[in-house]
Design a binder for this molecule. Sequence first.
Ligand SMILES: CC(C)(COP(=O)(O)OP(=O)(O)OC[C@H]1O[C@@H](n2cnc3c(N)ncnc32)[C@H](O)[C@@H]1OP(=O)(O)O)[C@@H](O)C(=O)NCCC(=O)NCCS
Length: 176
Amino acid sequence: MIEVRLLRPNDERKGFCSGNPDLDRFFILYTGQNQFRHHIGTTYVAIEDDRIKGFVTVSSSSIEVDNLPISRKKRFPQYPLPVIRLARLAVAESDRGRGVGLYLLRSVFYLAYEMSKKVGCIGIVVDAKPDSVDFYTRYGFEKIEVLQGALADRPEPVSMFLPLSVISLTMNTKAL
Ligand SMILES: CC(C)(COP(=O)(O)OP(=O)(O)OC[C@H]1O[C@@H](n2cnc3c(N)ncnc32)[C@H](O)[C@@H]1OP(=O)(O)O)[C@@H](O)C(=O)NCCC(=O)NCCS
């Protein structure tokens, strides 16, 4: 059974291999200090048989109303609106296609839903790698204009947004 939980200081991160060296390096070297020392983001890990099968890193962020998809602008005020930023997501190469990525994504949905009730949150933003755009699209993410602070990655990421209304729907119906 796969369990998704917060990263712990003594989790063995060395050896994680998603096949993407940048993501692996980030996970092994930076997720710990970002979470435990700098408090700039948290990482959730998917565990099966005591092994880390994947991770997702999130942080609080904001989006300008002008950057939202037209259909999602509503009557929001003109100041920065709170969102969760899905900063990194990766599944071990040997465990792809087993639902681990969806488990991790679902945990971010849950966080956004909780945050909307407790501190305010209008959705999730992600700078998707071109190869993973279809993954996010199938769960309702829409392309948006480039976000400020997007990673200077190559190939260029595609900024995407998932509104809270879609997240709430999946929470209430357990559709995912
Ligand atoms: C993208 C990624 C996280 C998906 O993880 P995964 O565990 O293989 O995905 P899952 O098994 O949970 O897939 C859930 C569904 O999405 C589909 N899917 C998975 N990756 C996909 C992709 N890149 N494009 C389109 N659909 C995809 C699966 O076929 C599955 O569909 P099904 O329910 O009809 O069978 C993983 O491929 C990965 O780590 N990629 C490299 C790093 C990366 O690109 N991360 C995203 C950075 S923004």
